[in-house]
Each structure stands twice: as structure tokens, then as C-alpha cells.
Design a protein around this ligand. Structure first.
Ligand SMILES: [Zn+2]
Length: 485
């Protein structure tokens, strides 16, 4: 009887640990800023009934049985430059696969490039649709939160380059929705749950003399140029927008260099009977007056009667392939509040959005991370966020992220965001799995770390240095864990 009671208590303690565990994901797993250069297009389906769906925010932004979150990038152009995928928490790689083609535009159940990470036997995270050849970790490898593990691609059952990020609880493999909101009460699993917009946004924009009618559709990147030669008519204007209301309309205006109206289209229906999370559209325009009038023209796009963008077009007397201007200025910030010793650090860039380059070139960023002036990571990619892995910054040190934006030809001087690592915010050593709680899950994490680091003969497993790895070492390891708290 008594034995039963003790066993039941142990189960309750473990179950409570799982339920109240929070902020177990310190890093957003993809190097984008949602609603800027990334877009969450599909959430976890919280309704187990077949044919019925429910998302954490009570929206329809999921599909039946979807077990993860899909975060898209803007096009294959960004994929080609690279957008990093980061481990969301510390763990050990359970599975990795990296040989599948990565530019799929139809989801037909193809096999995917992916990484599966175990977090102390408590939960797993999965990262799908990765770019072929980009997986930079192998099975059995220990990874830290914020460590780059691959690049975004469109391998597997995927119609657009995106990351499918999936969390499951162990044992049992049940799906976990880390986001919290009106239809998923409780604490968020994110240390810093990303905020999102539900209003219309212009994610990308371009003007080109190339014939878009003969080009493959998005997610293939449409060409763009900030300038036209006077005789280059007709030309195309294209846009990628998010959060388009049902039955939206569009109107395009071309303003002369003097600012007066040169030409405008009628109000055109976009033909969407229901709201769309994302739409790419293009319009062909022939502005006869441009043939005679060089200078800085402007395109205005109105969606549902509101101005969505005003973009310059430089009209030149003749073709000039070398015409190019540097990207627009950016700012950088370290996000997520005070940085404690050993924490992962995330650096985020703010650009002028769809006008991030005056020629609408695809921009890339070089992130140079340093601690007290000593470089610790450098990465160049198309994403507006980058991460420094956990375990690098120490209390009292200065961590800095310098970011230089480039259009591939011209690079701006870097902007710098920096912070002093807070000694007071150092995590308690007892919180071995970094979930903000000291509980039985930490014992699992500590023992896993210890066993994983075990090497034959002497090694880290011999915690009390008596020349043998045995249960006395467990006592030693647990004593060290209990002492600081
Ligand atoms: Zn998915």
C-alpha cells in the first residue's frame, strides 16, 4: 500500500514538472523577424477531432492535424543567400538528414531534410524542410540554444521555403504548442514569445522591365530594379503582402518627377473571396510619358483605398547596367531583456522593409559577434536576426553584435548593438535544463550530461576523480548541483 502511494507521488511530481515547466525555448529557431522578412503561416492544430482545427490564437491559421509551426521566408532568393535555423534549446541531436532536393513548390509528401533534437529526455524539437547540404550537426552531437544547425529550404512536402518547427513531450511523443494565447491558456514555452501583426503588410516589392509573364511564379524570386531606361515600356510592378482582407482591391499610380499624377489604373479586384495570410501579385504598366521624362518617378500602390507603399523608380536616358545604390540604413538591437551569464543572445535588425534597398536588390547582412572586442561568431545571411549560442558570454563581459547590410555589391558601415552581461541574471546552476525551475527534470538533464560526457578510462564521468566511473560519481555530481541552491 505504502509503496503504491510513493510511486503515485513520484508520478504526480514528474507530471507537475511537465505542466508547470515554462520558457523552455530560449531562442526563436529561425533567423527572421516575423512580419518583416518572415511570416508564420500555419500553427499547431490543437483540436484532435478529424476535420476540425483550433490554433492557439483561436484563428483559422492551421491545418487539420498540423503538429508544428510553419514560418516562411520571402522567396528562393533569400533561401539561396541563406537564412539560418537555430537550436531552440540545449540538447543532443537524435536524427539528422540532409540529401533531399530543396526547391519544391508542391507539397506531395516528399522526404525532407531535417534535424531532431532531444532535450534531456523531457521533450524533442524538430526542424524540417532544410536546405540540402546545410545541416551542420550530426547524430549524438550536443548542441546549445542558439547554435546554427542548418539553413531554411523547401525540401520535403513543401510548397514554399519555410521552417516547420515541432515540439513534442517525452515520454509519449505528444505534440506541444509552445505559443500561449486565448485558445491555449498557460505560460508560453518561449522565453520571448514573438509578437505578430494581423494587419496588412508589404513584405517585398519590386519594379522590373523583365517580362514577369514569362517567369516562374513565387516563391521563385521575381527580378527587380530600381531604375528603368526611358524606352523600357511596358514594365512590371510586383508585391508580396501579408494579411490581405477578403475581396481586396488594388490601384497603382505613377507620379512624375514633379510630383504630379502621370497615370493611374482603375480600382482592380484582387479576386480573393476569403482573407489571405499571404499573396504575391504583379501588374504590367505602360507609362508612355516615361519615354520622354527622365528623373525620379514614384509608384504608389493603394490596397483597399489605403496607401500601401510609395516607391521611387529612377528613369534614366538609356540602359545602365552599373547603376546601383547602397541599401537603406538599418538599426540593430539585442532582444529578450537582460542577458545572463551563459545565455544565448539574439540580435535583430530593423530595415526599411520592402524599401530596404532603393534598387529593390535582395539584401544580406554580415553579423560580427564579439565578447570584450574578441570575435566569437561571424555569419553572412539574408535573415534579419542572428543568434550567439548559449555558453559563450560570461558575467560582466560586453557582448556586441555589429551588422553590415549589403546588396551584394555595396555594403554600408556596420551598426552595433551591445550589452553588458548581467551577473545578477545568471541562471541558477540547479536549473540544468534552463526551464526556469529546479525540479526532477534537472536531475535527468544533469545525469544525461554526465553520462554523455563519459569517456572510457578517466574523463568527465569520473566526477570524484577516484579513477573509476561509478555511482559515487552520481553522488558527487548531485551534491554539486544541490550545494549552490
Ligand atoms: Zn508544417
Amino acid at each position: 500500500m505504502r509503496a503504491h502511494w510513493i510511486a503515485a507521488m513520484a508520478v504526480i511530481a514528474l507530471a507537475r514538472g511537465l505542466v508547470v515547466a515554462q520558457a523552455f525555448l530560449p531562442v526563436f529557431p529561425i533567423g527572421v523577424v516575423p512580419d518583416a522578412d518572415g511570416l508564420i503561416v500555419r500553427r499547431v492544430d490543437l483540436n484532435p477531432a478529424p476535420g476540425a482545427t483550433l490554433a492557439w490564437d483561436c484563428s483559422a491559421l492551421t491545418s487539420d492535424g498540423h503538429a508544428g509551426t510553419d514560418i516562411e521566408i520571402r522567396s528562393f532568393a533569400q533561401q539561396a543567400i541563406g537564412v539560418p535555423v537555430f537550436a531552440a534549446a540545449d540538447g543532443v541531436v537524435l536524427q539528422a538528414h540532409d540529401t533531399e532536393p530543396d526547391m519544391n513548390t508542391q507539397a506531395l509528401g516528399q522526404p525532407s531534410n531535417f534535424v531532431l533534437i532531444d532535450h534531456g529526455g523531457v521533450r524533442t524539437t524538430r526542424y524540417d524542410h532544410l536546405r540540402m547540404g546545410s545541416v551542420s550537426v550530426s547524430v549524438g552531437q550536443q548542441v546549445r540554444a542558439g547554435q546554427q544547425i542548418g539553413l531554411v529550404g523547401s525540401s520535403g512536402s513543401s510548397a514554399w521555403p519555410h521552417l516547420h518547427f515541432e515540439v513534442r513531450a517525452q515520454p509519449g511523443d505528444g505534440v506541444v504548442e509552445p505559443w500561449s494565447g486565448p485558445c491555449r491558456p498557460g505560460a508560453s514555452g518561449w522565453k520571448d514569445q514573438p509578437s505578430e501583426s494581423s494587419s496588412l503588410r508589404v513584405l517585398d516589392f519590386g519594379v522590373t522591365a523583365a517580362n514577369l509573364g514569362a517567369m516562374p511564379p513565387p516563391p521563385h524570386g521575381w527580378p527587380a530594379s530600381g531604375h528603368l531606361a526611358m524606352m523600357e515600356q511596358p514594365h512590371w510592378v510586383w508585391m508580396l503582402v501579408s494579411n490581405l482582407p477578403a475581396n481586396s482591391t488594388l490601384r497603382v499610380r505613377w507620379l512624375r518627377p514633379s510630383g504630379t499624377l502621370g497615370l493611374q489604373t482603375g480600382v482592380m479586384p484582387l479576386g480573393n473571396g476569403s482573407p489571405l495570410r499571404r499573396l504575391a501579385w504583379r501588374v504590367q504598366g505602360s507609362v508612355e510619358e516615361m519615354v520622354h521624362t527622365a528623373g525620379t518617378w514614384r509608384v504608389q500602390v493603394e490596397i483597399n483605398g489605403s496607401l500601401a507603399i510609395v516607391a521611387p523608380i529612377e528613369v534614366l536616358p538609356g540602359p545602365d547596367p552599373s547603376f546601383n545604390r547602397a541599401p537603406a540604413p538599418i538599426t540593430a538591437e539585442l532582444v529578450g531583456g537582460p542577458i545572463g551569464a551563459g545565455d544565448p543572445v539574439v540580435c535583430r535588425v530593423t530595415t526599411a522593409g520592402a524599401l530596404d534597398d532603393p534598387d529593390f536588390d535582395v539584401v544580406r547582412f554580415t553579423y560580427t559577434w564579439s565578447v570584450d572586442g574578441v570575435p566569437v561568431r561571424e555569419a553572412t545571411h539574408a535573415g534579419q536576426a542572428d543568434a550567439l549560442a548559449a555558453g559563450i558570454v560570461e558575467a560582466g563581459r560586453s557582448v556586441a553584435c555589429a551588422v553590415a547590410v549589403s546588396d551584394g555589391a555595396l555594403t554600408r558601415a556596420p551598426v552595433v548593438a551591445s550589452a553588458i552581461v548581467d551577473a545578477g541574471a545568471a541562471p541558477c546552476p540547479g536549473d540544468a535544463d534552463g526551464d526556469g525551475l529546479v525540479d526532477f527534470n534537472d536531475i535527468t538533464a544533469i545525469l544525461s550530461d554526465w553520462l554523455n560526457s563519459y569517456a572510457p578510462a578517466t574523463g568527465p564521468g569520473d566526477a570524484n576523480s577516484d579513477g573509476v566511473v561509478d555511482f559515487n560519481d552520481i553522488t558527487e555530481v548531485l551534491s554539486r548541483w544541490l550545494d549552490p541552491c
